[in-house]
Design a protein around this ligand. Structure first.
Ligand code: PRX
Length: 647
């Protein structure tokens, strides 16, 4: 089969920040002498005290330590706001497009952003929040979410944004783990024509938290909410008397900027810690070059600020570059399947960055939703969060980009802070489905199971040699887990948890996770989390959860459930369990398939053989591999006979 290669468009290359030639030269320089390379590029942001050391990294297990621009000081919010005010104070920093298209969009200029963020920062100070304190943000996709995050950065507080789709329990776990002193929420979160009762969720969560945790409530809908006197504070009341002047706090480069919880293959979610200097340099640098951002363009990333994509590529990267960034509160299909494209036309979006799951869902609705829109403002398209299948890629390229917009398929992770592997629009010929080549300073390697580096065209485990400035520094409160998760299995490398293939052109093709993490609609989920939610139900004795291919979501959630003695299986119970998980974790974790499992395939030492469960869920039962080590091989026959594919 001949592989499709889409050459770089001369039109794009003409004005691009990086071309094929400059990419090769810059990349070579970046890996030959990373300290010299980042010494130059670290200056793209403003430092209060310039750094004299650039890179202080030790990848030797178990003494891993990562520091960048160590002795420099800066303020991230000042870099994202104040330094632009003199030159572009009247330029729109944030365009807000509400869920309901009949509600007016808002344009917030850099000057207004400075006032809003400073006022918010003073409200936080008034509530006793100071440098190093943790603040949990549980908000809809509204400008206030950006104000809150930047206000934390301004006073040196560490924010931890929790996606508004997470349950009260998930919120409580994150408040407790980070020992936050304040939670910021809103009354309700409109989305897709419905509204989530955020304040009420926060009320439930705080019942499981220390009494000292305060709740700051912002008004979005003005709908009815309960109120706990002494604990709850209304943002608008406090803002009325707060000054719009708040000098930014001087922070060390390695002071934490935020914690963001993400799922791992075992146990509870990990609090990924990103620090200030290196993260901002890396987010800004990747935003400029991967999206070839040009002054004055409108840039739209459809992610939610509850995920790392929202942190790096709605907020920090674009604002550090003085860009106009669009925040969209809604969903792609409300009020109908042309919403994304109407928003593109309405705000003349040049750069559009979304997830394959949204593209697949929209592709299924038919082209007429797209063709009735103009879309001529689009110049660059981006994809993130999961492998993009060739059909979705082609549709994106042909129907959305009219064959003229390069697609940047960006591979990265919560842990990496920014994009590590991606085409650059003016430099990289595209191959549909490949994230292509590494960004500056990133050295991917393909390892075999023993940790040997493989060369040439080959498949294996993806790892990264050496550090880059945007890399996570630790897991909040558990540095040992940081080292064991990412640096123990393959010593001397950062282990990403993904498998990949490298082709003869040195292009990387990400093949998905090699651990027990699944990717549902671009959202990362630990199968262990869903399992522990299931076994917390009184009728469930045991559960094993795996991913399986799903047309829209990429992967669906397939649960094998063993019931307690005497409990009768029924369809009603399946619905009850699916809703139970939804309530325990959040709607994104709702199981797609529940199969009753009288027994689970286990080794004689009691370990569940997930490999077999995955094959059954994938309907690949002709190839179950070696089952001779199972304690009871017969359970496999039962599971195969009763799998969802046999019904
Ligand atoms: O498996 C990879 C997949 O998403 C995982 C990271 O998830 P998360 O930390 O939630 O961050 C998502 C947004 C950056 C990775 O380990 N992934 C992300 N981008 C891609 C991808 N898989 C294939 N292609 C991508 N472009």
């Amino acid at each position: 089969m001949t592989e499709t290669v889409i050459p770089v468009s001369p039109d794009v290359a003409k004005s691009a920040s990086v071309t094929a030639e400059s990419y090769e030269a810059m990349y070579a320089a970046s890996v030959k002498d990373p300290a010299a390379f980042w010494d130059d590029h670290g200056r793209r942001i403003d430092w209060i005290r310039p750094y004299s050391t650039v890179k202080a990294v030790n990848y030797d297990y178990p003494d891993v330590s990562i520091r960048w621009f160590d002795d420099g000081t800066l303020n991230v919010a000042a870099n994202c706001i104040d330094r632009h005010v003199a030159t572009r104070g009247d330029q729109t920093a944030i365009i807000f497009e509400p869920d309901d298209p009949s509600e007016a969009a808002q344009h917030i200029t850099y000057s207004q952003l400075k006032d809003e963020v400073s006022r918010f920062a003073n409200v936080l100070k008034g509530l006793g929040v100071g440098k190093g304190d943790r603040v949990v943000i549980y908000l809809p996709m509204i400008p206030v979410a950006a104000y809150a995050m930047l206000a934390c950065a301004r006073i040196g507080a560490i924010h931890s944004v929790v996606f508004a789709g997470f349950s009260p329990d998930a919120l409580a776990d994150r408040v407790n783990d980070s020992e936050a002193r304040l939670v910021i929420t809103a009354d309700h979160a409109p989305r897709g024509g419905r509204a989530t009762a955020l304040k009420s969720n926060a009320d439930k969560a705080l019942r499981r938290c220390k009494d000292s945790v305060k709740l700051l409530v912002c008004t979005r809908t003005g709908g009815q909410i309960d109120w706990v006197e002494g604990r709850d504070f209304r943002y608008e009341d406090l803002a009325e008397t707060a000054s719009a002047d708040c000098p930014p706090e001087e922070m060390d480069a390695e002071d934490p900027l935020f914690i963001l919880y993400t799922s791992g293959s075992t146990g509870k979610p990990k609090g990924v810690v990103h620090t200030s200097g290196g993260y901002l340099v890396y987010a800004a640098m990747t935003h400029e070059h991967v999206f070839d951002y040009k002054d004055g363009e409108v840039y739209w990333c459809t992610a939610d600020v509850g995920w790392v994509t929202g942190h790096s590529y709605i907020l920090y990267g674009p604002l550090a570059n003085g860009a106009t960034t669009l925040m969209f509160e809604g969903v792609p299909t409300f009020p109908d399947a042309s919403r994304f494209w109407q928003v593109v036309d309405k705000h003349k979006v040049s750069i559009f960055y979304t997830a394959p799951t949204a593209l697949r869902a929209l592709m299924g609705k038919g082209d007429e939703w797209v063709t009735k829109c103009d879309l001529s403002s689009l110049r660059i398209l981006g994809s993130v969060g999961e492998p993009i299948n060739p059909e979705a890629w082609s549709w994106y390229h042909r129907v959305i980009g009219k064959g003229k917009c390069p697609i940047v398929d960006t591979w990265w992770q919560t842990e990496t802070g920014g994009i590590l592997i991606s085409p650059l629009p003016g430099a990289t010929p595209l191959k549909p489905g490949s994230a292509t080549r590494p960004f500056f300073g990133v050295e991917p390697v393909v390892l075999d199971d023993q940790g040997n580096e493989l060369s040439g065209a080959v498949s294996g485990v993806l790892a990264i040699k050496d550090s880059w400035p945007g890399q996570m520094r630790t897991i909040w409160g558990d540095h040992a887990r940081f080292i064991s998760t990412y640096f123990e299995m393959f010593k001397g490398y950062y282990f990403a948890g993904d498998g990949c293939r490298r082709d003869e052109d040195g292009y990387y093709w990400i093949t998905g996770r090699v651990d027990d993490v699944i990717n549902v609609s671009g959202h990362r989920m630990g199968t262990a989390e869903v399992e522990s939610a299931l076994v917390a139900h009184e009728k469930v004795a045991e559960a094993a959860v795996v991913g399986y291919p799903h047309d829209i979501k990429g992967q669906g959630i397939y649960c094998y459930v063993t019931l307690m003695e005497g409990v009768e299986p029924s369809d009603a119970l399946k619905t009850e369990l699916a809703n139970w998980v939804r309530t325990e974790i959040g709607p994104i974790a709702k199981p797609d398939v529940i199969q009753w499992a009288p027994g689970l395939p286990k080794t004689r030492s009691g370990k569940i053989m997930r490999r077999i469960l995955r094959k059954i869920a994938e309907n690949d039962t002709g190839n179950l591999g070696d089952t001779s080590t199972l304690a009871e091989p017969a359970v496999v026959d039962d599971l195969v006979a009763n799998s969802v594919h046999k019904q």
